[in-house]
Design a protein around this ligand. Structure first.
Ligand code: NDP
Length: 401
């Protein structure tokens, strides 16, 4: 049905490429390109051995628009799936516009020199994509991605108006390391050390990092301390669902993780500005990434599961109702299937499904869109088929006032 070009051969790229190779009726030609081609070749070899499917590989530094344009021209895909880092988003969008191909990603643009993610830079491409007749699908991982689709699905099928949204993200897994991040350490540490922020009564309320927290019960896991942090899907969800009176995001962290994080910050290793070391310019957080475990390699001994979902309160037929929709994903099952842990898995599977929605013509319209702006139903159907089954609870205690 279609040719896809995936850029980025980290944990998420590995899962998405595996899952595309498991759906060759839709993905008739798959190319994986990244800065380090040997990582693409390794993934391609594993897929050939396990699934018998051939993946083409290539090399690109996606910071350079002309390199990505040349890459696109060599492979002629219909869709580019950007699974590199948020820093490359705008350069890859520019390359897609120049080469006349459609675009999708899982994380919004972030400038390297400032730990600040916002959709404004990518939303500014709306007219350019519209004029070119091209689609750009933003934020199609789990959160953002599935959590946004869950919200759209709830609003479509279970509520007349949604008022309160709490996205709850729990990783109850144990990788056996003293400290490791579950996706790119640089991006992860920048995200979780930011100030907290949530939407209430038409405005953003800022908190100190990790200031607000409380235990929440997660299905099949039990209570876990959950911290209010700012997460990017809040920005688009409050815009696309203006009935929301409040929208928050909660993530679980263990005490060990938080202690390490505090030390990393206190000793200056989370700094994103360059310093001179032995005459060479280095960025401490980038150096730190090199000595931390590679998130893509955590899978082998990872036990336990993730549980991510949306807790929603609103009105249905004039009555107040509560609703909780979630997915639990086992690290061990994810590893068996794709060789990576559940955080890469829960991001890579929705990326493949989003690409499938596009290639099937179900999510295709000129312009720049967040995933909640498309029909959630065919995506929800595929989640159940492709390894991320979801569950619903009606009129339960959401534990969050
Ligand atoms: P990794 O760091 O493991 O992998 C990133 C890959 O991108 C690496 O292969 C890297 O190449 C490549 N890359 C980096 N810079 C460039 C460049 N300039 N040109 C070409 N390739 C480049 O990250 P993850 O796989 O963990 O995460 C991938 C993306 O997914 C990130 O944007 C992350 O924010 C997002 N994400 C989204 C989630 C969601 O739920 N929405 C959850 C988790 C992650 P090299 O090996 O040479 O460094």
């Amino acid at each position: 049905m279609g040719k896809v070009l995936i850029i980025g051969a980290g944990g998420v790229g590995q899962v998405a490429t595996f899952k595309c190779a498991m759906n060759t009726d839709v993905f008739t030609e798959i190319t994986l390109a990244s800065r380090t081609q040997s990582k693409c070749d390794k993934i391609a070899e594993e897929i050939k051995a396990k699934l018998g499917v051939t993946i083409k590989t290539d090399q690109v530094d996606a910071d350079y628009v002309e390199q990505t344009v040349a890459l696109i021209k060599r492979h002629n895909p219909e869709l580019v799936v950007n699974l590199a880092l948020p820093y490359q988003d705008l350069a890859i969008m520019d390359a897609c516009l120049q080469a006349g191909v459609h675009y999708m990603d899982t994380a919004n643009y972030e400038p390297k020199e400032e730990a600040k993610f916002e959709y404004k830079w990518q939303w500014a491409y709306q007219e350019k994509f519209k004029k070119a007749g091209l689609t750009a699908i933003l934020g199609c991982g789990f959160d953002p991605g599935v959590t946004s689709v869950f919200t759209a699905y709830a609003a479509k099928h279970h509520f007349d108006e949604i008022h309160y949204l709490d996205i709850v993200d729990c990783n109850a897994g144990d990788h056996g390391k003293a400290f490791a991040t579950n996706f790119n350490p640089e991006i992860n540490i920048r995200e979780v050390t930011q100030k907290g922020k949530y939407w209430e009564n038409g405005m953003w309320v800022e908190t100190e990092p990790h200031q607000i927290h409380q235990p929440l019960n997660y299905p099949n896991i039990g209570p876990k301390e959950s911290y209010l942090i700012y997460h990017e899907e809040l920005e688009s969800l409050v815009k696309n669902f203006p009935s929301l009176k409040r929208a928050r995001f909660w993530m679980t962290f263990g005490q060990e993780y938080l202690t390490h994080l505090r030390v990393i910050q206190n000793i200056g290793m989370a700094r994103i500005d360059p310093i001179i070391y032995k005459g060479v310019e280095i960025v401490p957080i980038q150096f730190l990434k090199e000595v931390l475990p590679n998130p893509g390699d955590l899978g082998e001994n990872y036990k336990g599961e993730t549980s991510i979902g949306c807790r929603i309160k609103g009105l249905k037929d004039g009555k107040e109702k509560t609703y909780y929709i979630y997915n639990n994903c086992s690290h061990e099952v994810a590893f068996k299937e794709t060789g990576t842990q559940a955080v890469s898995y829960t991001t890579g599977v929705p990326a493949m499904i989003g690409a499938m929605m596009f290639l099937k013509g179900l999510w295709k319209k000129p312009g720049v869109f967040n995933v909640e702006e498309f029909n959630p139903d065919p995506f929800m159907e595929q989640l159940n088929i492709q390894g991320l089954p979801w569950h619903e609870l009606h009129n339960v205690d959401l534990e969050l006032d």
